[in-house]
Design a protein around this ligand. Structure first.
Ligand code: 8NA
Ligand code: MG
Ligand code: MG
Length: 345
């Protein structure tokens, strides 16, 4: 039976944390053989293993700030969210933040700051960051807002607190939309799912700033749409190698090289795949496959984990995995509270 809505909400945030914690092991690795991934995962089932709990990184730290802010303010409040990002960074600066975003987080800590969007706009010579830091924390927007338009609008604004390049904030909107559609059961029809994302991104990328940013970075005119068309082509193929996925979609820290990749991981793992244990359910397949791509594994697995968790629900996530990762209970609690908020008339 299809999971209920509360189960999907919990699956989304817990799946996101698991991807971050489990994916951290391979962050930045060029080549991750599948048997190393499976070894890492089977160690989670071993209760006697001595290396303790897997820690979460910037992805989860910032996701929690987004959820806390939306719940406390019962709306999107940019000043409150910015203050939480800055406070969290100050409390735990060692969580693996991107090297650029740290400057923004330091400026956001100033009580005299008038415009909370300004520090992000000053990044990279005024071009703004195109990193995936806005997208990695975008899932809670899909749990807080009902309409597709609001999910888009607020996930973009939330990302703009650190990422003012359109590639950065449009990537966040794409990730939030994928979670939004998945919560509604849209992955039951994968072709329609990807077509909906493409048509939403066509609207977003028509925007003048999106066109200018794409040109300045020497990208095609509708960068996200063209990646999503590649996702669609790869979906149609019987067999796809890891190398092809990396060269067609990317596995890097840019949102453009990781959000469509995460979406592909989810779509590809809707069915059993060669090389992955038969006993694995869809969420386990999705996370393992994301790790095998290498590159920004914590963030790609975090984003794929949120979309897959929203599709399969909380009961699809092995207890041993949940027990092995830091911050799972807190994420589950945030998801339950966001569900109650979502259900308010
Ligand atoms: P960010 O905004 O600092 O961007 C990440 C990096 O992308 C920057 O440090 C730059 O190298 C590059 N970059 C972004 N925009 C531009 C631009 N306009 N021109 C030139 N270079 C640019 O950080 P973020 O919050 O977007 O984080 C992205 C990723 O970095 C996350 O995955 C996070 O976990 C982190 N991270 C990644 C690794 C890794 O090895 N993959 C390691 C540590 C941290
Ligand atoms: Mg990280
Ligand atoms: Mg990362």
């Amino acid at each position: 039976a299809a999971p209920g809505v509360l189960s999907r909400f919990r699956g989304a945030l817990v799946g996101s944390v698991l991807g971050d914690c489990i994916g951290g092991e391979f962050e930045g690795a060029v080549d991750v053989p599948l048997d190393r991934v499976l070894q890492h995962l089977s160690a989670l089932e071993d209760e006697t293993r001595g290396d303790g709990i897997l820690q979460y990184s910037d992805d989860t730290a910032m996701m929690r700030c987004v959820a806390d802010s939306l719940l406390t303010r019962m709306a999107f409040d940019e000043r409150d969210m910015a203050r939480r990002f800055a406070k969290e960074y100050n409390l735990a600066p060692g969580r693996g933040y991107g090297s650029g975003v740290v400057q923004v987080l330091r400026k956001l800590a100033s009580p005299h700051l008038k415009d909370v969007f300004q520090p992000a706009q000053a990044q990279f010579g005024g071009r703004g960051s195109f990193g995936n830091g806005g997208a990695m924390r975008a899932a809670p927007f899909a749990l807080a807002f009902k309409s597709r338009a609001d999910v888009c609008k607020y996930s973009r604004l939330g990302a703009m607190l650190t990422h003012s390049c359109s590639l950065g904030y449009n990537g966040a909107a794409l990730q939030a939309l994928a979670v939004h559609l998945s919560l509604q059961g849209a992955l039951a029809l994968p072709k329609e799912f990807i077509n909906k994302l493409i048509s939403e991104m066509e609207e977003m990328e028509k925007d003048e700033k999106a066109q200018l940013d794409a040109k300045a970075l020497n990208l095609s005119e509708f960068p996200y749409c063209s990646r999503l068309h590649r996702v669609k082509e790869l979906m149609d193929r019987n067999s796809v190698s890891i190398e092809e996925v990396i060269s067609e979609l990317g596995n890097g820290i840019a949102a453009l090289q990781s959000v469509p990749t995460a979406i592909f991981c989810v779509l590809h793992c809707l069915e059993p795949r060669d090389g992955l244990p038969e006993r694995f359910g869809g969420l386990e397949r999705t996370i393992s496959y994301s790790l095998a791509l290498g590159g920004d594994t914590d963030t790609i697995a975090c984003m794929a984990g949120a979309i897959a968790g929203a599709h399969y629900g909380i009961d699809s996530i092995p207890q041993s995995w949940q027990k092995s990762c830091e911050g799972v209970e807190e994420a589950d609690d945030l998801a339950r509270r966001l569900y109650n908020f979502y259900c308010l008339p």
